[in-house]
Design a protein around this ligand. Structure first.
Ligand code: NOJ
Ligand code: NOJ
Length: 469
């Protein structure tokens, strides 16, 4: 305990200097890390001792051993590769496309390989594409939905470029039984969202907000793709299932707590409050742009505020003045990155808050007015760093100076979460680990977590979107 506090004091001294210098030169620092993150992420894909298209969660082979292919981590990573593909040109773009198509081939191989889940919900594979026979929490049904979402976005890009043959053959063939990746995933999602499964943190059984909202997003995006490729009956069916999920998601609101709960109808595992950054991640990963539980939804902002407040209280690093709170997975977390003791802030969680702020800023900027409600007043007051001005019941029209203040306040808070991340990242190695210590602020857990790098790149992209009119 004391040694932790001593370390913390040292870290705090460094911080005073670093956080202010970081804030001064933030865009340069963000871009430098984003560039490094691209290369470090690429280094975890198609490694020589794995299969082409395979992604290791981290190069770490011991304490923890993350040298595996997780369907979830890989789909999130490949979504980021898709973003890079869409925003590049020339040989770089060709390289991203090669990676994506290798991932398609690898994914199809996994879909047809027998495994202990007995279906597409198998969460984790050996990096060479052979089954992992370890005892594990299975199935995890967010995986196929995330993969379908990532690949549907790719399919849409390729269709625009006239690559219809490849799309119809490898991605969406409109046949049953299907030989194509997206269609197989959509069929699995449409027929399995009704069943409980293990959550994204691989710990508890039940119905999970994260899983369901990305399943809903996959079915919505998939339905549009099916429509475009003349698979009309499937388009209708996927849409119908998405509507059922939307109704079911209404049950996750916890009215007395004022937050959306991550899990309901729990089947096994330890009991938690349900306050969980998985809800925020779900809203970001499952955003279909149609306004359903979008980042600016006031139940989402209420959840974000309450979760942030809980971490404000439990992490020693959050007593530092002048910084936004570092964010972890959920308050009761005990996973320290290689074993069990106390949970810590995570890079992907803190970056999710940066991205949330940028997305809400951009969405609100497009509105005619912003309504202040009992649910969003706390988060938006935090955004403008003023607890006295915004009141429930106010409507801020575009010509009200407070409207612009909320928009820019949200953007600034996005930057503040980046400052938090860059401070704990520290050093010149650009190694975004999984976690950073709740007392000392030092990095711990898996080195160069692929997902951490992907999340950094995503939040960087959203920062630039928020700055565009
Ligand atoms: C326990 C952690 O809480 C969980 O999230 C993780 O996936 C597994 N251990 C495997 O490392
Ligand atoms: C632990 C996380 O809880 C889980 O979501 C992730 O898939 C694995 N680590 C691998 O990164």
């Amino acid at each position: 305990m004391f040694s932790n506090l001593a370390k913390f004091a040292v870290a705090a001294c460094v911080l005073v200097q670093t956080s202010s210098s970081l804030a001064q030169d933030l865009p340069t620092q963000i871009n430098a890390q984003a560039e490094a993150s691209i290369n470090l992420m690429l280094a975890n894909i198609s490694r020589p001792d794995t299969a082409p298209g395979s992604v290791v969660a981290s190069p770490s082979k011991a304490n923890p051993d993350y040298y595996f292919f997780w369907v979830r981590d890989a789909a999130i990573t490949m979504n980021t590769i898709g973003l890079l593909y869409a925003n590049s040109s020339g040989p770089k773009q060709q390289e991203y496309l090669r990676i994506l198509t290798e991932y398609v081939t690898f994914s199809r191989h996994l879909q047809v390989t027998p495994n202990r889940s007995g279906g597409l919900g198998e969460p984790k594979w050996m990096a060479d594409g052979t089954p992992d026979n370890e005892e594990w929490g299975r199935p995890q049904n967010d995986g196929p939905a995330l993969r379908a979402l990532t690949l549907t976005r790719l399919a849409n890009l390729l269709l625009k470029q006239g690559q219809t043959n490849y799309v119809k053959q490898a991605l969406y063939d409109g046949q049953l039984p299907t030989q194509s990746v997206i269609k197989a995933d959509l069929e699995y999602v449409a027929h399995n969202w009704q069943n409980p499964c293990v959550d994204l943190w691989e710990e508890i059984g039940g119905y999970h907000f994260y899983t369901l909202i990305v399943q809903r997003a996959a079915l919505i995006a998939g339905s549009k793709l099916a429509n475009q490729l003349q698979d009309d009956a499937a388009a209708l069916y996927y849409k119908e299932q998405a509507t059922h999920i939307e109704q079911f998601l209404g049950q996750f609101w916890n009215p007395s707590g004022g937050y959306i709960s991550e899990t309901i109808h729990q089947t096994y595992g330890f009991q938690k409050s349900g306050l969980d950054v998985a809800v925020i991640l779900g809203v970001l990963h499952g955003n279909t742009g149609d306004g359903f539980l979008s980042p600016g939804n006031d139940a989402v902002l209420s959840t974000a505020y309450r979760l942030m407040s809980s971490f404000q209280q439990i992490y020693k690093v959050n007593t530092l003045k002048g910084m936004v709170p570092a964010i972890g997975r959920y308050p009761e977390d005990t996973y320290n990155g290689s074993g069990e003791s106390e949970g810590n802030p995570w890079f992907i969680a803190t970056l999710a808050y940066a991205q949330l702020c940028y997305e809400v800023s951009r969405d609100f900027a497009r509105l005619d007015n912003i309504k202040i409600t009992n649910l969003n007043v706390a988060f938006l007051s935090f955004a403008i760093n003023d607890g006295n001005t915004l009141k429930e019941g106010m409507t801020l029209s575009k010509d009200n100076p407070l409207f612009a203040k909320v928009i820019s306040g949200l953007k600034n808070r996005g930057d503040d979460f980046f400052v938090r991340v860059l401070y704990h990242n520290g050093g010149a190695d650009n190694n975004l680990t999984e976690q950073f210590n709740r007392y000392s602020g030092y990095k711990q857990g898996a080195d160069n977590l692929t997902w951490s790098h992907a999340a950094f790149i995503d939040a960087t992209a959203w920062r630039s979107f928020a700055n565009r009119p």
